[in-house]
Design a protein around this ligand. Structure first.
Ligand code: GZL
Length: 337
């Protein structure tokens, strides 16, 4: 296990690392400590490269990370990559140059990380993946991945759709529109994979995904793409959205087309943000597979162990539930995000 205390740190002269890409947004939130104490003193300095601020889920995830770092007394260097991989890579290089103790990030897409993670490894800075995973042949490039099981979320969405169809008394063909997350992102790839696994195994004769396209996890994307779906496939009767924000955008287009979301077009979504629960309580979304963004406290515990050179679990899965319409009203007051 790598820990900065146990070795000399090679100077990492990555010139470009000094600055973040122009359009990324960064801030140093510390607990009032001297942020130059990264690695020298007792205080842990964590560099966190966030995907962006594309959805309600991401906003809640950012809040959880920042609050938990403050509660833990860590110095947090935080950047928002605005969903651009080049900005996340620049942020990681910046943290290497600043000699943080630990780097954590939520990779916007699964590929293209080996080079920068090799630089972190050379600098003897351990890396933790949060929320989303990566594809790499070199397992030594990160010490742990903490986040949901997206393939299971896709399976759960398909099983939930079975219940929604039965409850709606649906008869006849099931013509599904799928709003995919960001192209190349683990949640998009894996939520589609899990859903297809159940569909192929248990519904290959009566369910069909008639159209599928990315809405990039945003409301605007969901609205725009759903409008196009309804033009090309007016007989869609189910929407499977990879996140609530795209489902909420799609609802606007469904209503603009004179159709009733939750009735004419049954909707199953993923995340469980408050606005998603409100839409469910209004009968506009039929079921939501929860994906828990509140990873902050677990992440900070992991950071401490990694920094202290302890052995940590390679894969830590977050716990989450499933919610149907009738549970929405009762659950709303206690939703934390
Ligand atoms: C899932 C997370 C996804 C959410 C979206 O863990 O990566 O990204 O489902 C967010 O809302 O944009």
């Amino acid at each position: 296990m790598l820990s900065r205390r146990n070795f000399l740190t090679a100077a990492v002269g990555v010139a470009a690392a000094g600055g973040l890409a122009a359009c990324a947004k960064e801030d140093d939130s510390s607990s009032g400590s001297d942020s130059s104490s990264g690695g020298g003193g007792k205080k842990i300095t964590l560099g966190f490269a966030q995907v962006g601020s594309e959805s309600g889920w991401r906003t809640a995830n950012t809040k959880s990370v920042k609050e938990a770092a403050k509660d833990a007394g860590y110095t947090l260097k935080f950047s928002d990559a605005q969903q651009k991989q080049e900005n996340q890579i620049s942020a990681i290089r910046s943290y290497i140059a600043q000699k943080v103790n630990v780097i954590a990030f939520s990779p916007v897409v699964v590929t293209g990380w080996d080079a920068v993670l090799k630089e972190a490894k050379t600098a003897k800075i351990p890396v933790i993946l949060t929320d989303r995973s990566i594809e790499t042949s070199d397992d030594s490039l990160y010490v742990s991945f903490i986040g949901s099981d997206f393939i299971d979320e896709g399976r759960r969405a398909a099983k939930m759709l079975e219940k929604v169809l039965e409850k709606a008394g649906h008869k006849g063909a099931v013509k599904i529109a799928q709003l995919e997350g960001t192209t190349g992102a683990a949640p998009a790839i894996e939520r589609a994979k899990g859903f297809k696994e159940i569909m192929d195994a248990e519904h290959k004769d009566d369910w069909k995904v008639v159209v599928s396209q990315t809405g990039d996890f945003t409301r605007a994307g969901g609205k725009q793409v759903m409008a196009a779906f309804l033009q090309s496939n007016p007989d869609i009767n189910v929407l499977y959205a990879h996140n609530d924000d795209m489902a909420l955008g799609a609802i606007q287009s469904i209503e603009a087309a004179g159709k009733k979301p939750g009735k004419d077009i049954l909707i199953v979504s993923v995340d469980g943000v408050k606005d998603g629960f409100v839409a469910m309580s209004e009968g506009k979304i039929n079921g939501i597979v929860e994906c828990n963004p509140l990873l902050g406290p677990q992440l900070m515990e992991l950071v401490k162990k990694v920094n202290d050179g302890e052995t940590v679990e390679r894969r830590i899965k977050t716990k989450e539930g499933d919610f149907l319409q009738e549970q929405a009203k009762e659950a709303l007051p206690t939703r934390k995000y």
